[in-house]
Structures are given as C-alpha cells and as structure tokens.
Write a protein that binds this ligand. Structure first.
Ligand code: FE2
Length: 186
C-alpha cells in the first residue's frame, strides 16, 4: 500500500506520523513541493507487457505530465528479485544525493521507497502500482528498492544524459530504516 512516513531528520528511529491515505499523501507532499498522483491504466496491461505496451497504457497521463513539466523522454525500467546485480543496483542511489533535474517515476508494478530530506524532515514515500512521484531538481533524497527488488517504473526526463547523482557525502541515509527491512504499522 502506498505509504508516507515522516521523520525528524535527527530522529530516524521514531516516525512523527504515517498515512496510507492517497489524498493526504498528495497534500503533505504538495506542501514541500513534491508531486504525487495516482493513475490508472487506460487499457488493461498484460503481466508480460513490453515497454511499448506500458507506455501506451498510460499515454494520456504521460502526455499531460510531459506538457506540464517540459519533459521530452520516457523509458521503462524493470527489476526482478533474482536479478544477479540487484545488490549493486540497490547500492547505487542508497546514499543521499541530488540531481540537476527532476526525478519523475511512475510505478507500473511492484514498489520502492524514496526518502526526501527537506528542511529538518525526512519524508519516506513507499510507492506502489499506480503512483507517480515527482521529486524537484536539487532535492536531497535517496531511493531504496529493498533486498529483493520487484518493480517496473516509467521514468520521465528532460535530458536523460544530464540525469546523474550528485552525492552530498552525508551519511544520513544509513541511520534510517531500510525498505523491506522495516516494520510498517498497519
Ligand atoms: Fe535520485
């Protein structure tokens, strides 16, 4: 279930609050300038759908998003729990970093957790099927796909060549509960 857990950035083991109400998640994230929407496929999507089918299923929302944000490029990433490089891929964005352009992800299946470090709070957003998250450029954040990653996500870019991580060198991410290894209260 899509969940937002808020923490003080100096108290990683004691959440301030949490919600799985999609409307409330969108409201709380809007307050810090982060976009969150829930989408539905325009056409049913087969379990073995390819990249073109996935992009076609969400074509209307993707066209709106691209027009709003000036995005030009989309692609699809898919990761399975038996991927031989899953630990290396998990480590790649597991420490706090920024990008010089927005990080926009729409989850078609599976899940993953973003941690957004804004002001004195960390917002952990557990995204699942149907969730769009739009993290503004230069936002400090990290992403955890968990030890057994399972997700398919559409990525939307202004310029994919410019989408690189700038690591802050802060160890903050290591103090927060990792995704897939934490207890999320019902
Ligand atoms: Fe990132």
């Amino acid at each position: 279930m899509s969940t937002l857990i808020r923490y003080r950035d100096d108290t990683p083991q004691l959440p301030i609050d949490q919600t799985d109400d999609g409307v409330l998640i969108a409201q709380r994230l809007a307050e810090i300038g982060v976009g969150f929407e829930r989408w539905q496929a325009n056409v049913p999507l087969a379990p073995d759908a390819g990249q073109e089918d996935i992009l076609a299923a969400y074509a209307i929302d993707l066209a709106r998003l691209k027009a709003q944000g000036g995005y030009t490029t989309t692609d699809v990433v898919r990761l399975r729990p038996d991927h031989p490089d899953r630990e290396v891929l998990r480590q790649k964005f597991l420490d706090e970093h920024t990008h010089s352009e927005d990080e926009v992800r729409f989850f078609v299946e599976g899940s993953g957790a973003f941690y957004l470090h804004i002001g004195t709070q960390v917002h952990q957003v557990i995204c699942e099927r149907g969730d769009l998250l739009k993290v503004p450029a230069n936002t400090r954040h990290w992403f955890d796909m968990g030890p057994h990653p399972l997700f398919t996500a559409i990525r939307v870019f202004i310029d994919p060549a410019g989408w690189v991580g700038h690591f802050t060198g802060e160890p903050i991410a290591r103090d927060f509960p990792r995704y897939g290894e934490q207890h999320v209260a019902a």
